[in-house]
Design a protein around this ligand. Structure first.
Ligand SMILES: [Zn+2]
Length: 383
């Protein structure tokens, strides 16, 4: 990718229960305690995707949060290179990798002698074990153990980081099984909630036409040439299939199901639901941030968000839940897009780059043989 600067992230807080208290009595708290706090992370959402497309959004989705909430369009995370795992860990903990020990999505483990994902746990497969510190959910549970914390995302690392250590369950989408799954780390998950199939999930290998439906509704006729793009179908059961707008709908649908199953927001103890729209990131990687397909995905998310917020209002009551919407990171423009406006950009051949680094390391370490990642002695300087 190019060294172009990613746009900062948008951070939206919508505190529906936050009201003026100037005339309130001194004994009255500043605001009513919410029954449910909902954190929505849009994976790879650039701040300018919201500002540039404001006119295309409907009333109850992104626009509602931007106009009625506390909107911080120029927020930035103090990380050198933000990625999904460190980004989600930071959002819920406020801590950086120096403290939370989640610097990347995966890294080489000398004890395991292999590259491990950030959620690697030899006992449970996946868990928050590698994350050090506490999260919003952990603090709510510490404050009152009756608080219920549940998280979900298409990606395992996003769901697990958002749930923290003490979530009742963190769910992610298992592409091969075509099910929502969780880890044995979460001990008290009832049997019927360990692997879940929801109606929103298509059958495996379903060919999904990707059409500019929302764009047609939002843009004046002939505003874009649909024949030049959208000429494809996405297959469910593949990573690319998760870019289809139906994947975003599946996340919101499952979130509603979990609210119902775990009875979130039903009593006076504040619960926490965190979800991440990984589909936005899959689509961004497949099409690029400036592609009409990515805008189609965003407009679908806007509509899905509006429906989700409407459902929350009906179920929990408008003054009883808070919503936070943010992103884990942005994204650079595609090389091809940058080149159209003469910004220097290009792609690197990773294999040759690794060979160059290895050659230099061999010289530096005076090694004649190929570097062996399992032989840690090879990396030790003797001086
Ligand atoms: Zn991400």
């Amino acid at each position: 990718m190019t060294p172009l600067r990613c746009f900062p992230l948008a951070l939206l807080f919508w505190f529906t229960a936050l009201t003026t208290v100037a005339s309130a009595s001194r004994a009255k708290p500043l605001f009513d305690k919410p029954k449910l706090i909902v954190l929505i992370v849009v994976d790879q959402l650039r701040s300018d995707q919201l500002t540039q497309n404001m006119a295309l959004f409907k009333k109850g989705g992104f626009k509602k949060l931007m106009e009625e909430g506390s909107y911080i369009p120029f927020a930035e995370y103090p990380l050198l290179q933000n990625l999904t795992c460190p980004g989600h860990a930071l959002i819920v903990s406020g801590s950086t990798p120096a403290h939370n020990k989640i610097p990347l999505n995966e890294w080489f483990s000398f004890s395991e002698k292999k590259v491990i994902p950030c959620t690697f746990d030899p006992q449970h497969g996946h868990s928050p074990k590698n994350f050090l510190g506490s999260t919003i959910g952990d603090e709510l549970r510490l404050n009152n153990s009756k608080a219920k914390v549940v998280s979900l995302a298409l990606k395992d690392r996003s769901a697990i980081m958002l749930g923290g250590h003490s979530a009742l369950a963190a769910y992610w989408f298992h592409v091969d099984k075509n099910l929502w799954v969780t880890s044995s780390y979460y001990q008290n998950v009832p049997l019927h909630l360990r692997e879940v199939r929801r109606p929103m999930i298509p059958e495996k290998n379903t060919e999904l036409p990707f059409e500019p439906q929302q764009l047609r509704k939002a843009l004046p006729k002939k505003a874009f040439d649909a024949s030049k793009s959208f000429n494809r179908t996405l297959k469910w059961g593949t990573k690319d299939g998760l870019s289809h707008p139906i994947a975003g709908k599946a996340v919101f649908d499952f979130a509603e199901f979990l609210i119902e199953q775990y009875e979130l927001g039903t009593d006076e103890v504040t619960d926490f639901l965190a979800l991440s729209l990984s589909n936005h990131d899959y689509g961004g990687h497949l099409f690029g941030p400036h592609a009409p397909e990515t805008l189609e995905i965003l407009l679908n998310e806007d509509e899905q968000l509006a429906g989700f917020l409407k459902g929350l209002k009906k179920r929990i009551g408008e003054k009883s839940f808070w919503v936070i919407l943010t992103a884990d990171h942005g994204v650079a423009p595609l090389v091809e897009t940058a080149l159209t406006v003469q910004i220097p950009a290009g792609r690197i051949d990773l294999k040759s780059a690794i060979n160059v680094v290895e050659d230099q390391l061999k010289k530096k370490l005076a090694l004649s043989r190929k570097l062996d990642p399992f032989n840690t002695d090879a990396y030790l300087f003797k001086s």
